[in-house]
Structures are given as C-alpha cells and as structure tokens.
Ligand binder design. Sequence first.
Ligand SMILES: NC(=O)c1ccc[n+]([C@@H]2O[C@H](COP(=O)([O-])OP(=O)(O)OC[C@H]3O[C@@H](n4cnc5c(N)ncnc54)[C@H](O)[C@@H]3O)[C@@H](O)[C@H]2O)c1
Length: 328
Amino acid sequence: MTLLLSRKDVESVLTMEDCLAAVETAFGELARGRAVMPQRSVIRIAEHKGIFLGMPAYIGGDMNALGLKVVTVYPDNPSEHKLPTTLGTLMLCDPATGKVTAIMDAGFMTAMRTGAAGGVATKYLSREDSRSCAVFGAGVQAKKQLQAISIVRSLEKTHVIDVLPRAAEDFAQEMSKQLGIEITETDDAESAVREADIIITASSSHEPVFDGTWMKPGTHINNIGSHSPDARELDTTTVKRSKFVADLREANLAEAGDILIPIKEGAVTEEHIYASLGEIIIGQKPGRESPDEITLFKSCGLAIQDVSTALAVYKLAREKGVGTEIDL
Ligand SMILES: NC(=O)c1ccc[n+]([C@@H]2O[C@H](COP(=O)([O-])OP(=O)(O)OC[C@H]3O[C@@H](n4cnc5c(N)ncnc54)[C@H](O)[C@@H]3O)[C@@H](O)[C@H]2O)c1
C-alpha cells in the first residue's frame, strides 16, 4: 500500500526541529559523496510567468531515502488566483524495490525544508550572539526562515520589509505571536540592515533589495529568494564583502544570479564560492572564523532537502497513524 498525505497531514506531523535534523544530515551525506542528485530540470512557462521543476534525489548512508518532488513557482498566484506562489507534490520510494511508499503534498514541506536549510546555515555561520534580524519579503518562505533561525539563535528583535506594507504588518503580527520576539514592519531598509546581525532575503524580487555598504561587520545573510541566472536579491557589494557559502556550488553556478551576475561583471570569479554547506557541516572546511567576518548562505533549493524531509514525514505519519492508505 502507498500512504497518501495531504498538506494538513504533513502539517500535523512535521516540526521544524525534525526538519532541521533531517536537512542537516542530508547536506552532510551529500558532502560525503553518499547522495545522488542530478541538477534539477526546469521548464519555464513564460506566458504564465511560471516555473516547473523536477527534483529527484537518492540519499544513501544511514538515511536511505529516494524520491522525486515536482514543484511550481508562480509569483502571480497569490494576487491573481488566491493560491500560494510555491506548490509541490512529492513521491517517496523504497530504495530497495523502487515501490512508491508515499505521495505527499510538498507545499508546506518546501517552505519547512527551505527554512531548515537557512537554520542549519545560520547555526554554522552566524555569530552565536546574534540577536537581531532584518527580513526582506514577508511571504511563506520568510516565515519559515525566521522560525528555523529562532531555534538555533536566541533572537530578540526583527525588522520586516515588504513592498506590500500590509504583508509586512501581517507577518509582524503573526510571527511575533508565534515566536515571542519583537517584530516590527518598516520601510527603512537602511536602518534595519545596519542594525541586523542576520539578514534574510526571501522575496520575489529580481533586483537587489538592499545596499551592501550598509551591512555591519559580523553579519550573516541567508539569501533564499532568487534562483535564476538573471535575477538576484543581493548587490555585487554584498557578495564581494561576504564569505560565500552555496547550498551546492554546482547548483549556484547553474542557477543563482546572486553569484552569476557579479561573475559576469568581472567583480568576482567562481573561486569566490568558499564552500558548499555540507563541507562545513562535516568539518571539511571551517565555517565562521572571526566575529567580524560577513558570511552569506545562498540557497537555490536542493532535492536532498525534500527527500530527507519527506522520509521524516513518512516515518512520523506511520508512527502517528496519519494519512490514507491507497492501492496504486
Ligand atoms: N531557495 C529555495 O529553496 C526556495 C524555495 C522556495 C521558494 N523560493 C523562492 O523564495 C521566494 C519567496 O517565496 P514565497 O513562497 O515566500 O513567495 P511569496 O510571494 O509568498 O512572498 C514573497 C514576498 O516578497 C515581497 N517582495 C517582492 N519584492 C520585494 C522587495 N524588493 N523587497 C521586499 N519584499 C519584496 C512580495 O511582496 C511578497 O510578499 C520566491 O522567489 C521563491 O521562488 C526559494
């Protein structure tokens, strides 16, 4: 039998703590060479401003997870169709037989695993005494970034900036209640960045959202939003001033305008990518080396994050008797 898990089912079993643990292990296994993950297939649906992504992965080692996520990103969905920007479905298979063990909604899971990657990067790269955040973009991904970071660091204060002031207000209200920290919406990006120990960019912007000269020494940045070669949320100054850690070097060089545009400008070379996150997790390379260093994590989003999270969801659902059995 195959377990069918709706979004509500996934939401009812998956905690950010479980997701952080799964994603950290997956990045480690990738760096150890125990995962197989082809570059994802991307289909751009230009007439609807949509992207369709096929993301398969196998994680060996102790994890033993195999699966495929199909995810779509349609920036006009919230305003035009009352749907989330990011939608997804995941098929989890038994690595021993190839049999489909579960089919699950991957919308909530995508935000959780993206938040978890940001959380893991923050744990290894940010200053331990980081207390304040500046968040650009008040959408689904930004909420999960802040949730994950609040587990690995003792946050006290956060500013949120969105081109839609209402979105920033709603974010501040919802997340301050959920996390018990002071969150204020603002349109003063410069002051927010100057004050921040950690900057999150999780917007749908294709242009830089702040000026890299504003960052103070010791800042850590989680750069989550843009993932096409001609779009970026960070300016060249930010990239040049930072120790640049990719989720995966190859994925960043295929998709991330945040590094590809500065390379094209001649401002940096490919060698500016200091490491892939997994290399730091398994101790192949040091993470933060001084309190003044500016560190930057660029996430494009990897299938290992999805498949490791899906396996955690599947095990939790089995334990708790959640989901519907179907005979495919
Ligand atoms: N790295 C990953 O693994 C990963 C995973 C999923 C989604 N994403 C990307 O993350 C981004 C956000 O996704 P979402 O689902 O939260 O979208 P969303 O539409 O829910 O939220 C995006 C927010 O950004 C705001 N925004 C746009 N331009 C801005 C600017 N210049 N300054 C501040 N705010 C601005 C929008 O008004 C909106 O509120 C998208 O680009 C998506 O493709 C990345």
